[in-house]
Design a protein around this ligand. Structure first.
Ligand code: ACO
Length: 427
C-alpha cells in the first residue's frame, strides 16, 4: 500500500493527500512538491528545520543516536582505520579504494597540488593582513577562470578530474593564503610528501624548504601530528545538508561553475554559527582567561537577556552527542599524553565541559560540545595559527561539497533551480 498523509484545510473542509517517501535510514518525508498547485498554500519552514531539500546517498546522520555514516560506514571506523585520502575516494566513488586505487589517488593529489602561477600572482593584489578565508573564497572563484572547461562536464572522468583538482589544490591555497597574511615567502608543495603532511610543511617550512628545530629536537613533521590532522580532515569531510552544503547545491542549481559553487560554500562556512566557530572557541577560552572565571561565563551563557553563547556547544541535528566531538576528545587526550601538552586553555575547556554536561540549562536543551569545541584546542596544540582553523575545515569539507555538487548534477529528477517562496507580511 502506498503511504500518504492527508491534510485538511479547516477553512474549506477540503482534504488533500500527499505521498510519504521512505528513505533507507532515518525519518521519511512527505512529498510536498504539489502543495502549492493543489492547495494554493506554501509551507512555512524558516531555517529548514523540517524540510528535506534533496534525496542523497552520501552521508547519514542520526542526531538522536549521535550517529554519522559516510556511504554507510560509521565515522568511528573511518577515523580509526582509514586515511583522509581513502575517505575522499569513498565519498566520491561510493566505496573504499583498493590499495592500488588509494596509491593512484595519492600520486594524483600530489601532482595536482600546484596552483596556476597566474593565480599566485593575484596574491600580490590582496592586502597583507587579509584573513585567509577571504583569500580562499576569492582564490577558488579565480580557479573557475583557470579551469573554465569544468563548466561543461560530460563523462565520469570529466567529473573526477574537476573534483580531484579542487581537493588537491585546496591545502596549497590555504597555506599560501596564510603565508601571504603574515608576509612570508610562499613554500610550494613538496611532491615527496603526502596530502596532510604537505599542508603542514607548506605552513611551517622556511625559504629553501627547511623545517625548524622544535624544542624536542625534531626537525621533521611528527607522525602523530600528521595523523591528527588527517583525522580532523576525515571528521570534516561531509555532513549532509549543512548550511554551506545547502549553499553549494543551491548555486549548483543555477548552472554556475562548480568552483564558484564551492567558493560560495567557503563563504557560508566562515560564519561563527558554522565553521567559524572553531576560531571563536579559542577566542572565547582566551577571553575567559582562567579556570576561576568559568562559572561567571557559564552564568552569562544561561542568562536569556545576555547574547553571550558558549561557542562550540549545541548543534541543529545532534541532540545527544556529536560523534566527531567524541573522537576528537580522545585525540586531544592522546596528544596531551604523547606531546606532553598541558595548557591553561585545555584546563578551562575541561572545566566548561564538566559543568555544561551536568548543568540543567545545557542538559534540558541538549547542548553538548560539538566538533568545533575540540578541533580548535587540538589545532592550537599542533601549533596551528587560529586564523587557519576555518581554512582547515574548508580543506576537509571540499570533498563533501564537490561530491554533493556531483550528486545534484547527476540527479535529473531534482535538477531544479532552488527558489524558495515567502510569506509576505509587508504593506
Ligand atoms: N550557549 C548557550 N545557549 C545556547 C547555545 C550555546 N552555545 N546554543 C543554543 N543555546 C540555547 C538557545 O539560547 C536556545 O535557548 P532557549 O530555548 O531558552 O531560547 C536553545 O539553546 C536552542 O538554541 P537554537 O539557537 O534555537 O538552536 P539551533 O539549532 O538553531 O542552533 C547552533 C544551533 C547555531 C549550533 C547553536 O547551538 C549555536 O549558536 N552554538 C554556538 C556556535 C557553534 O558552536 N557553532 C558550531 C556548530 S557545528 C558546525 O557548524 C561544525
Amino acid at each position: 500500500m502506498k503511504k500518504s498523509m492527508t491534510l485538511t484545510d479547516n477553512r474549506t473542509g477540503k482534504s488533500y493527500e500527499f505521498p510519504i517517501l521512505e528513505g533507507t535510514r532515518g525519518p521519511g518525508a512527505v512529498d510536498m512538491r504539489s502543495l502549492y498547485k493543489e492547495t494554493g498554500l506554501f509551507s512555512y519552514d524558516p531555517g529548514f528545520t523540517s524540510t528535506a531539500s534533496c534525496k542523497s546517498k552520501i552521508t547519514f546522520i542520526d542526531g538522536e543516536k549521535g550517529e554519522l555514516l559516510y556511504r554507510g560506514i560509521p565515522i568511528e571506523e573511518l577515523a580509526s582505520k582509514h586515511s583522509y585520502l581513502e575517505v575522499c575516494y569513498l565519498l566520491l566513488e561510493g566505496e573504499l579504494p583498493t590499495e592500488r586505487q588509494a596509491l593512484e589517488l595519492d600520486l594524483e593529489f600530489r601532482h595536482r597540488a600546484f596552483l596556476p602561477e597566474g593565480l599566485v600572482k593575484l596574491f600580490d593584489l590582496v592586502p597583507d593582513n587579509a584573513h585567509p578565508m577571504s583569500i580562499m573564497s576569492s582564490g577558488v572563484t579565480a580557479l573557475s577562470a583557470f579551469y573554465y572547461e569544468h563548466l561543461k562536464l560530460e563523462s565520469d572522468d570529466d567529473y573526477r578530474e574537476m573534483a580531484h583538482r579542487i581537493i588537491a589544490k585546496m591545502p596549497t591555497l590555504a597555506a599560501f593564503a596564510y603565508r601571504h597574511s603574515i608576509g612570508a615567502k610562499l613554500i610550494y608543495p613538496d611532491i615527496d610528501r603526502s596530502f596532510s603532511e604537505n599542508f603542514l610543511y607548506m605552513l611551517r617550512a622556511y625559504p629553501g624548504g627547511k623545517l625548524h628545530l622544535d624544542p624536542g629536537g625534531h626537525r621533521e613533521i611528527r607522525k602523530i601530528e600528521i595523523e591528527a590532522l588527517d583525522t580532523i580532515f576525515t571528521l570534516h569531510a561531509d555532513h549532509e545538508q549543512n548550511a554551506s552544503t545547502a549553499v553549494v547545491r543551491s548555486v549548483a542549481s543555477t548552472g554556475a561553475h562548480p568552483y564558484v559553487a564551492i567558493s560560495s560554500g567557503i563563504s557560508a562556512l566562515w560564519g561563527r554559527a558554522h565553521g567559524g566557530a572553531n576560531e571563536s572557541v579559542i577566542e572565547q577560552l582566551k577571553m575567559i582567561g582562567s579556570v576561576e572565571n568559568v562559572d561567571k561565563y557559564i552564568a552569562r551563557a544561561k542568562d536569556p537577556n545576555d547574547p553571550f553563547r558558549l561557542m562550540g556547544f549545541g548543534h541543529r541535528v545532534y541532540k545527544n552527542f556529536d560523534p566527531r566531538a567524541r573522537i576528537l576528545k580522545q585525540l586531544q587526550d592522546q596528544l596531551r599524553d604523547e606531546l606532553d601538552l598541558d595548557s591553561e586553555l585545555m584546563r578551562i575547556a575541561q572545566r566548561i565541559e564538566e559543568i555544561a554536561l551536568h548543568d540543567d540549562y545545557f542538559v534540558q536543551r541538549k547542548l553538548y560540545p560539538n566538533i568545533d569545541f575540540y578541533s580548535g584546542i587540538i589545532l592550537t596544540a599542533l601549533g596551528l595559527p587560529r586564523s587557519m582553523f576555518t581554512p582547515i575545515f574548508v580543506i576537509g569539507r571540499t570533498v563533501g561539497w564537490v561530491t554533493q555538487w556531483i550528486e545534484f548534477k547527476k540527479n535529473t529528477e531534482e535538477a531544479k533551480i532552488a527558489r524558495p517562496r515567502q510569506l509576505y507580511v509587508g504593506p
